[in-house]
Design a binder for this molecule. Sequence first.
Ligand code: AHM
Ligand code: MG
Length: 332
Amino acid sequence: DHSPLAYSVGITLDRFIKLKQGDFPFASGELSQLLRDIALAAKIVNRETNRAGLANIGGAFGQTNSHGEEQQKLDVIANIRFIRALSKGGEVCAIVSEEEDAVIDLQNTSGKYVVAIDPLDGSSNIDVNISIGTIFSIYRRKSPVGQPIEQKDIMQPGHQQVAAGYVLYGSSTMLVYTTGNGVNGFTYENSLGEFFLSHPDIKAPLDGEIYSINEGLEHEWEPGIKSFIHTCKTQKLQSRYIGSLVADFHRNLLKGGIYLYPSTLKNPSGKLRLLYEANALAFIIEQAGGLASDGKRRILDIQANSLHQRTPLLIGSRNLVHEALINLNIKQ
Ligand code: AHM
Ligand code: MG
């Protein structure tokens, strides 16, 4: 739908989804409903996030998640909220979540979609009141509707995503998503309880002035990363690193920049997860005109072989990612 209204700043997310429904690869209305379910869960998590300090729900929950990391109460809450929203809607047959070891089979054989989600990323930032986010990927199942789900429904390469997005709980709360037809951003208006289109058709600047990487790990980087970051410094780029992927990605998407989480000694495949972190952001950055790579391959071409598999990630403005890749491939 390219009617002027579809791009008019200020329309609600619901209205926008409705107007764009015809753009979806399978325009049955179920994907639209699924996006609305996610937006509703995001509003609830936004409310919980905003009152985290007050409600005494920040802090460790006394449990660890599937990777042995300390789980925060809000992670648990966000996980429950999103899974509940995705289960109730009826469009989803299976969920992969950062907070769950195994695939959640909803036993809903009529559900056409598989969702991979990091319900609350950057959770070490909750207690210090710094931006956090939700990241989601949506796939259409491969096996026929009516049958039990199969491995091939879950382990799809990123280029098979039908939609992906993130919610940034920042100085304002935003939802940014793509269905493969450009990227649009919506800002949440608290008093009205609605997301409004604020950033239509986002394009990543081709060049950028920002590099984002955890420089404390420099002694663990491979030579190509060292030389690229050295180049960034000689070119007087700005260093910006929040340590919250959604926030770092979002800033660089709007302003132009590169985010890197390369392979390190401790994490030879980097830290970030392919299925529910890298793929979604890779889909978005490509839709916005940027690039996402693991240093050798396009992120969206990587065939997943385990649920929680990690990948190095270089993502952002086209020319910066390109330059990083040149450094990596010369200095290997
Ligand atoms: P999490 O999923 O446990 O929250 O970890 C992911 C976070 C990302 O948001 C962020 O980009 C990265 O970890 C920061 O890692 P580091 O502290 O090693 O720089
Ligand atoms: Mg995460």
